[in-house]
Design a protein around this ligand. Structure first.
Ligand code: FES
Ligand SMILES: [Fe+2]
Length: 428
């Protein structure tokens, strides 16, 4: 099987596209034992919102594994393999108990750590429950989201904190969940592709964000200690608006406000959200977000503080195909790249440097795990990790020719990013 489709140079040459290359399995397959699946399992992953855990268990699929989450009546959270180790009934139908969860079929009772507490039908003197454990994962509840660590127990890192979580003048709330029926990688790549905000979100679909997003930015990309940022720099009259959006490896993104206009000069203004892109299986992915809300001024629109409100342009506008064709969102753009986008059929251009850089970082992480090292972004430090997503607007009127101005705004963007990386503005 060819790894790349031929570069078609014949008009009416569809016929020459005979073989469809396979997807890049190393970067896209996330099940147990796959290179990328093992990499992702080294990091704490969000699995559900805290308030989804009521009196009934919740069935989840995370990293290709069927799981059940519950909160027992002692207020402890469990995340266990869905299928009962007795004869496989799903604990989705289990009875949440004072301590743990009980299988509905024959009543075996499991503690949150997988200890089998009772096997009611077995003889009194049976030692089965003392010898066997049910599969379970450690969880950590933080600010309304339940996280789990699904990697090797002896490699578990501390729960990671980021400096954007405790930003002065801001509070953080859990937001929405979005489900995309496609592979995780193409969703994360979208965040490192700022040209789509000008084209898809402004020119094609009408201003889904502010009008100013329609100005095609000057682009730059730079690695950070925990991942990478794009630097999108636009001239806005006498101002230069620098927007930096961040991917923190492997699957957390921080996005700068979509309500920025670049009209008023201001210093570093951090993310509107921190959002995880969690693979459920190879072709289904969920997005879970924390929203950052200003408590000191009106800079955050009221709708963003309302959890019922969706971020615009993420999901189809209606269920009607014609509406979707007339006003496509991120969902249509990314899901239609195929269930798993095929890299061997792409033709990457100059604006895709962010995509290439991100794939390289994923590869580096996979390789580190294969070599028995911690991936770069994995911190074993209890201190919050530095992050860099922001908008900055600088007063800097244009001088010289159009080309000179382009060079000067690029330099402004690059210099700001480098300064932030050497001196993280949110670090305490
Ligand atoms: S299948 Fe669960 S207790 Fe028998
Ligand atoms: Fe988008």
């Amino acid at each position: 099987m060819a790894t790349r489709a031929p570069f078609l140079s014949t008009r009416y040459g569809g016929y020459y596209h005979r073989e469809i290359p396979q997807e890049d399995a190393e970067l896209t397959r996330i099940g147990p034992g796959t290179p990328c699946g093992e990499y992702l399992r080294r990091f704490w992953q969000p699995v559900t919102f805290s308030d989804d855990l009521k009196d009934l268990p919740v069935a989840l699929k995370i990293l290709g594994e069927e799981l059940v989450a519950f909160r027992d009546f002692s207020d402890r959270i469990g995340l266990v393999e869905a299928h009962c180790p007795h004869r496989g009934t799903s604990l989705e139908f289990g009875l949440v108990s004072e301590k743990g969860i009980r299988c509905c079929y024959h009543g075996w009772l499991f503690d949150v750590d997988g200890t089998i507490l009772e096997t009611p039908g077995e003889p009194e003197d049976s030692t089965l429950k003392d010898r066997l454990c049910h599969g379970a994962y450690p969880t950590h509840e933080y600010n309304g989201i339940v996280f789990a660590y699904m990697g090797p127990p002896d490699q578990m890192p501390p729960f990671p904190l980021f400096d954007s979580y405790e930003r002065e003048g801001y509070r953080m709330i859990p937001g929405k969940k979005y489900d995309y029926p496609c592979n995780w990688l193409q969703i994360l790549e979208n965040a490192m592709d700022p040209v789509h905000t000008s084209f898809l979100h402004t020119i094609v679909s009408g201003s889904q964000f502010t009008e100013e997003f329609g100005v095609i930015p000057e682009l730059d990309f730079i690695e950070t200690p925990a991942g990478m940022i794009y630097i999108a720099t636009r001239r806005m009259g006498d101002n230069v608006w620098v927007r930096m959006v961040e991917n923190i490896m492997p699957n957390l993104q921080q996005v700068a406000p979509i309500w920025e206009t670049g009209q008023d000069p201001h210093e570093f203004d951090g993310p509107m959200m921190s959002r995880w892109i969690v693979p459920q299986d190879d072709t289904h992915t969920m997005l879970l977000e924390f929203r950052h809300i200003s408590v000191t001024d009106e800079s955050t629109p009221a709708w963003w503080a309302d959890r019922e409100q969706m971020l615009p342009a993420q999901l189809p506008i209606t269920e009607n195909l014609e509406d979707q064709q007339r006003q496509p969102s991120d969902y249509e753009a990314q899901v239609s790249q195929r269930p798993i986008a095929i890299h061997g059929m792409e033709h990457l251009g100059a604006t895709d440097r962010g995509i290439t850089m991100f794939r390289k970082l994923v590869k580096n992480g996979i390789q580190a795990v294969q070599e028995g090292r911690d991936p770069d972004a994995l911190s074993r430090d209890e201190k919050p990790q530095s992050t860099y997503c922001n908008d900055t607007v600088v007063y800097s009127p244009a001088v010289g020719s159009a080309e000179e101005d382009i060079k000067s705004i690029r330099d402004i963007g690059r210099k700001l990013a480098e300064d932030y990386i050497s001196n993280p503005p949110l670090a305490k």
